[in-house]
Design a protein around this ligand. Structure first.
Ligand code: HGA
Length: 610
């Protein structure tokens, strides 16, 4: 998603703003712009569709020089990606940049037009500029007027404003879209991600939900959601403490496993309103296209394919939309019959996976309604070539075995399911509000699952001498079992296979003996009783069971049965939660076996060849 950078300093800020935008480029965007209060007292802006380098070229040709400015990379949700719609947006002496979606923009636009405001873009963002302009007529202090303005905004925003009449400050507001203040010496900064400001400072202050900030050269003031003046803690990052650092962890993979609460939170940011998913998060034409979708075809490879398989359960159960899932290397070479009004969904961490890209390119010839990419890299080919995109916010994933990319893909796919169901009116009453609430709690639940790290580490000892393992699951937990088996194979080189638990007696039971541990994921759902019977079948053959079960499922340790109690969670979200102990299990088994966890033999991170 898009990025915000702002600066108030004694020196010219344009280069700082541009460098900040470059550092946010990896997130994906379609246009960029900067507004500066110039040294000769004018508020000027330069905006360009396309890359930051084009904006930079324009600024070389016609420089903007000033000590106060804001900048933005836009990923369009309302209005085409063109210069007119690029941020900053102006109203009178004001310039505004915004990340997120203003849901009540239509009603506000009408009111503001009636008051004589002329709109020059199709964006939802422009209403913020004009509304603030109105408020300033009553209350000339920018910060006070901003507080009044945000009270009328519904939706999600991280926004920054400058005013030519009060050029001593930059003001900002956060609700549903992150913002961080960078603290300098006699200069201060703002950005949607601290990475954008690492070239100018290493001290940061994160805004919390509902915060309003007034940032001057030599002071920062923050008010919380209730209007109380508050102090937010400042944090200092030591040099090099960026993504490419293992920090306190022994391997990138373990670090990335532990990052999941934070990256899931980021993936949700700006995409939820009070009780709904913001459909525009998928792009400006999403609502119109989603209304036409009658089928979904998901195509992906490896771990992303497993995410797609989970999504199939969600799409059919929650949104009532038929869904097929296929590995890209098969899909691309097969004669495919496409049902009318089918949405083609591709999933890839890197967005450069050769088979998935080729499948997308083939799909364009096959008469799909539209293509949508769920991807972690905004500047990837998959994103560029798809009609719609949802960027996961997993950050850089270095461990070859994918972890945080998978769980954020699942979050993206659940947002897709709810959006399709919402637009098509096929969700059962109250489901969306309940799941939005559950999604908000998900980072905390993931943190609880991660706190079981040392319990799982102990369980891993059971596998150190084994050569084969079986993973079982039912329903949406079957793909989770597949993902668990894949992780174990990838990094510990133990042969692992996943089966839907009901298939056990149709073959794999023949393999079960005391040399073949059986790992099972068992949330507390309507399939639990059936699963318990399957587990009896394993025990009766002397197989050792490792069961990850809901704390309310009533499963207890016994001879040859090791039960790990998981925090209780809504059944729909359980695939995301139960992935965590399986990731930890494969990690600790690999550590015990002494393999190269982050770079397992024969594997590459981004499979850009067929
Ligand atoms: N809704 C605004 C901002 C979009 C955004 O957050 N992009 O990533 C727009 O469409 O301009």
């Amino acid at each position: 998603m898009c990025g915000i950078v702002g600066a108030v300093a004694e020196r010219n800020v344009t280069a700082i703003l541009l460098e900040g935008l470059k550092r946010l480029e990896y997130r994906g965007y379609d246009s960029a712009g900067v507004a500066v209060y110039t040294n000769d007292g004018k508020l000027l802006r330069t905006r360009r569709p396309g890359k930051v380098s084009e904006l930079e070229q324009a600024l070389i040709e016609e420089p903007l020089v000033g000590r106060l400015g804001i900048a933005h990379t836009r990923w369009a949700t309302h209005g085409a990606p063109c210069e007119r719609n690029a941020h900053p947006h102006f109203s009178g002496d004001l310039a505004v940049v915004h990340n997120g979606i203003i849901e009540n923009h239509e009603a506000l636009r009408e009111q503001l037009k009636a008051l004589g405001h002329v709109f020059t873009s199709d964006t939802d963002t422009e209403v913020i500029a004009h509304l603030l302009h109105e408020k300033l007529k009553v209350q000339p202090d920018l910060t006070v007027a901003l507080k009044a303005t945000v009270k009328e905004l519904h939706g999600a925003y991280g926004l920054a404003v400058i005013n030519a009449r009060q050029p001593d400050r930059l003001v900002a507001a956060r609700s549903g879209s992150p913002l961080v203040i960078g603290l300098g010496m006699g200069e201060n900064f703002l950005a949607s991600d601290q990475l954008a400001l690492r070239q100018v400072t290493d001290r940061f202050m994160y805004l919390e939900e509902g915060d309003i900030a007034e940032i001057r050269r030599d002071s920062v003031q923050i008010w919380d959601i209730d209007g109380a003046l508050v102090q937010r803690e400042s944090v200092q990052y030591r040099d090099g403490a960026e993504a490419a650092d293992k920090g306190e962890f022994r391997h990138y993979m373990l670090k990335e496993i532990h990052e999941q609460p934070v990256v899931v939170q980021r993936t949700l940011e700006g995409r939820l309103s009070q009780n709904q998913v913001l459909v525009e998060a998928f792009g400006p034409q999403a609502a119109e296209l989603f209304a036409k979708v009658r089928n979904v075809q998901i195509v992906a490879c490896g771990t992303s394919y497993h995410a797609g398989m989970v999504a199939r359960y969600w799409l059919e159960e929650l949104a009532g939309i038929p869904c097929q899932v296929e590995v890209a290397s098969e899909f691309r070479y097969r004669k495919v019959v496409v049902q009318p009004d089918t949405l083609f969904v591709s999933i890839s961490q890197s967005g450069e996976t050769a088979d998935t890209l080729a499948a997308l390119r083939n799909a364009k010839e096959l008469g799909f309604l539209a293509s949508l990419a769920i991807c972690n890299v905004g500047i990837s080919s998959l994103v560029r070539e798809s009609d719609l995109t949802l960027l996961t916010q997993a950050g850089r994933e270095i461990g070859v075995a994918s972890t945080k990319a998978f769980t954020t893909q699942l979050v993206g796919l659940l947002l897709l399911t709810l959006s399709l169901g919402q637009v098509r009116g096929t969700l059962a009453e109250g489901v969306e509000a309940t799941l939005v609430e559950e999604l908000r709690r998900l980072p905390t639940r993931l943190g609880e699952a991660l706190a079981m790290d040392s319990i799982v580490e102990k369980i891993a000892e059971l596998f150190a001498e084994k050569n084969h393992t079986l993973f079982l699951g039912r329903g949406a937990q079957f793909p989770v079992a597949m993902e668990g088996a894949l992780k174990l194979k990838e990094i510990s080189y133990i042969h692992a296979e996943a089966y839907p638990a009901g298939e056990l007696k149709h073959g794999p039971l023949a393999l079960v003996d005391n040399d073949m541990p059986v790992v099972t994921v068992a949330p507390n759902n309507e399939l639990l009783e059936k699963l318990k019977s399957n587990l009896q079948e394993v025990r009766a053959r002397g197989g050792e069971l490792i069961v990850f079960a809901d704390e309310q499922a009533g499963m207890i340790n016994g001879e040859g049965t090791h039960v790990v109690h998981m925090p209780h969670i809504h059944d729909i979200l359980s695939p995301i939660l139960y992935t965590i102990p399986l990731q930890l299990l494969s990690y600790y088994v690999a550590v015990l076996k002494g393999t190269d966890v982050d770079q397992p033999r024969n594997l590459a991170k981004s499979v850009t060849v067929e």
